[in-house]
Design a protein around this ligand. Structure first.
Ligand SMILES: *Cc1c(COP(=O)(O)O)cnc(C)c1O
Length: 364
């Protein structure tokens, strides 16, 4: 060895590729690549960020007390069982690093959120990806993949990038069948968008067991992805672990202020949810009318299935030529698909038209 080397598994990790923001040469770009809320930053959060600029020479409240109190009030939860993070990604890393590790396997579904694989490998765990059915987590297969070495299981519900959702009854059945030493992480990043009655974001299961946690984020419907704020609701023993290992000042002054303000913005979540409920079906129907396949989604995005990698790449290039950026998902094992965020009405119309023109060019 001639120079400093990380543990060998670190170099098997492919850096996370986020949604791109610009198309070179386009004078206007429409960014539908990162599932950000359609309506931007809540005005009250903008004001809150502006109001703390003179305070940022001070360290933040490491315990995020006011923020946890506000979250507790908003969702009817005990603030003592909430831990905040620099995005929910931060918390996912902490779960992997403290409950995973060498000899401690992590189970996720085949097309599950990619951070689980990155953070799990970083921790030194073997990360087992379990095949899905119809791009939906197969809970029986995930259960069958659990061995005496398994310590963590991640389920994004709804999942990104597939959009598929697992009913609360099935999640409860999974929990009941899992060994008690397996921590179940329910990642409910898109919970606010779900309108189905058979959904629960995870609160009930966290309350009913001592080995289930729910993670949430301010990055999607609350429009604060750039601020990096997420949180989890967890049993006391898990809260205790997270508070030992997390960065002591992991959520910035501005992020805490913005999140508190965002929750108080009147009608914000209702507006985002109603827009999504109206425009996600419009987006899906428009793309389907062009003869393309769209997978069912409960999130603020749809997965368009172009059938082949070549077609997906061609569609992506065509959209880019119009300044429209969607998300390639080859890294998720879906090279034949593109993920499209539900944007504003005008953006939905433009991306639908682009897919329609693309399909027309490529027919026959
Ligand atoms: C967007 C997303 C998150 C949120 O990440 P943050 O770090 O909170 O921005 C978490 N899980 C899934 C499945 C997501 O799509």
């Amino acid at each position: 060895m001639t120079t400093a080397q990380p543990r060998p598994e670190i170099l098997t990790i492919h850096p996370y590729v986020g949604g791109e923001s610009t198309v070179p040469g386009a004078n206007r770009t429409i960014k539908l690549s990162s599932n950000e809320g359609a309506f931007g930053v809540p005005p009250s959060a903008q004001a809150a960020i502006a109001s703390v600029v003179q305070d940022v020479f001070r360290y933040p409240d490491g315990g995020a007390d006011r923020l946890r109190e506000a979250i507790g009030k908003r969702w009817g939860l005990d603030p003592a069982r909430i831990v905040c993070g620099a995005g929910s990604d931060d918390l996912i890393y902490q779960f992997c690093l403290s409950y995973g590790g060498p000899g401690r396997d992590i189970v996720m579904s085949e097309h599950g959120f990619s951070i689980y694989h990155i953070a799990g490998t970083y921790a030194g765990s073997r990360v087992i990806k379990v095949p899905e059915r119809n791009l939906t987590a197969d809970l029986d297969a995930m259960l069958a993949a659990v061995s005496p070495s398994t310590r963590l299981i991640f389920l994004a519900n709804p999942n990104n990038p597939t959009g598929s959702m697992v009913p609360s009854e099935d999640v409860a059945r999974l929990r009941a069948a899992l060994p008690p030493e397996v921590l179940l992480v329910l990642d409910s990043a898109y919970a606010e968008y779900v309108t189905r009655a058979d959904y629960d974001a995870g609160v009930k299961l966290v309350d009913a067991t001592d080995n289930t946690v729910m993670t949430r984020t301010f990055s999607k419907i609350y429009g604060l992805g750039g601020m990096r704020i997420g949180w989890c609701y967890a049993p006391p023993a898990v809260v205790d672990v997270l508070n030992r290992v997390r960065g002591p000042f992991n959520v910035s002054v501005a992020a805490q202020a913005a999140a508190i303000a965002a929750m108080s913005e009147p009608g914000w979540v209702e507006k985002g949810c109603a827009h999504n409920a109206a425009y996600r079906p419009k987006l899906a129907a428009g793309i389907q009318a062009a003869g393309l396949k769209v997978w069912p989604s409960e999130g603020n995005f749809v997965l368009v299935d172009l059938g082949t990698t070549e077609m997906a790449n061609a569609a992506d290039a065509f959209l880019r030529s119009r300044g429209i950026i969607v998300r390639k998902v080859a890294g998720y094992g879906l090279p034949h698909c593109l993920r499209v965020t539900v944007g504003l009405a005008e953006e939905v119309a433009m991306v639908t038209e682009a897919f329609t023109d693309f399909a027309r060019q490529h027919r026959g």
